[in-house]
Design a protein. Structure first.
Length: 116
């Protein structure tokens, strides 16, 4: 496969429930994670759901970082998809600490095209 990018799918458990319901805090954390991965931010969009939960995306020149939260369960689902010389593992380290996640599961997928 000609690898174009690295896609980390992360399940964060036992997170701080207040943080998971705070779109401004989550946006700041995700921006910090993008910087840690050495990504170039293009745009951010975060949305607060009623009665709770947040979805957000950071579009980066190298692809995207996204988060979806379920505060009532202390759970967040996150994608770190980067192309080029970025380091999505560094973004994961920053976010895991910022969310105060006590445990996580991570899947790493190399994205690209199969040769003919």
């Amino acid at each position: 496969m000609n690898t174009f990018g690295h896609h980390l799918l992360v399940e964060y458990y036992d997170c701080n429930k207040d943080t998971l319901n705070d779109p401004q805090a989550l946006e700041a954390m995700m921006i910090q994670a993008a910087h840690a991965a050495n990504a170039t931010i293009v745009k951010t969009v975060f949305h607060q759901f009623a009665p709770q939960g947040v979805s957000g995306i950071i579009v980066i020149e190298e692809s995207h970082l996204s988060i979806h939260t379920w505060p009532e369960h202390g759970y967040a689902a996150v994608d770190f998809y980067t192309c080029g010389k970025n380091d999505p593992e560094r973004a994961h380290e920053v976010l895991q600490k910022a969310l105060a996640s006590k445990r996580f599961e991570i899947m790493i997928i190399n994205r690209g095209i199969l040769p003919d």
